[in-house]
Write a protein that binds this ligand. Structure first.
Ligand SMILES: [Zn+2]
Ligand SMILES: [Zn+2]
Length: 151
């Protein structure tokens, strides 16, 4: 990833910090930078591990609090996948849902215009106003399904 990657997100965060009269912190900036360089769905501990490779002085509480700030600033989305809280990039990303392998924890993203359209139709029938949804589909990924078949 290029050095300029995530520049817009960093600007959004700086504006959020200023607006909320929070102090700038180089720890938070290191956490944000690490978060932006990862394309994955990270638990607090995943991110902590990555951050500590660069800054061993940063603790879990700071990572957690920073993720909550990123969420409030619209830069991160929190997902509860199999009872574990994970965070992924949110800013200007297209809506998507997730397949989750229960054997290895691998997460696959998908989006389907057809599924989105169908749920809008069903909501219209129910006169239900949707303001968000999450599809999580559980099972086994190709690799893990193959491992089971071999037994
Ligand atoms: Zn798997
Ligand atoms: Zn995702």
């Amino acid at each position: 990833m290029k050095a300029s990657a995530g520049r817009e997100e960093k600007e959004v965060f700086a504006a959020y910090i200023a607006k909320n009269r929070l102090k700038r912190s180089d720890q938070r900036e290191a956490i944000l930078d690490t978060f932006l360089r990862s394309e994955r769905h990270l638990s607090v501990d995943d991110l902590l591990q990555l951050v500590q490779k660069r800054r061993s002085d940063i603790g879990r509480t700071t990572v957690y609090r920073t993720l909550k700030l990123l969420q409030a600033a619209g830069l991160a989305q929190e997902l509860v996948l199999q009872g574990q809280t994970r965070f992924e990039r949110e800013y200007k990303r297209q809506h998507h849902d997730h397949f989750i392998c229960k054997a290895c924890g691998e997460i696959f993203e998908f989006s389907s215009a057809e599924i989105e359209r169908l749920q809008d139709e069903i909501a219209a029938e129910l006169k239900f106003e949707i303001d968000g949804h999450r599809h999580q589909i559980f099972g086994r990924c190709r690799r893990c399904a193959r491992a089971v078949a071999r037994h």
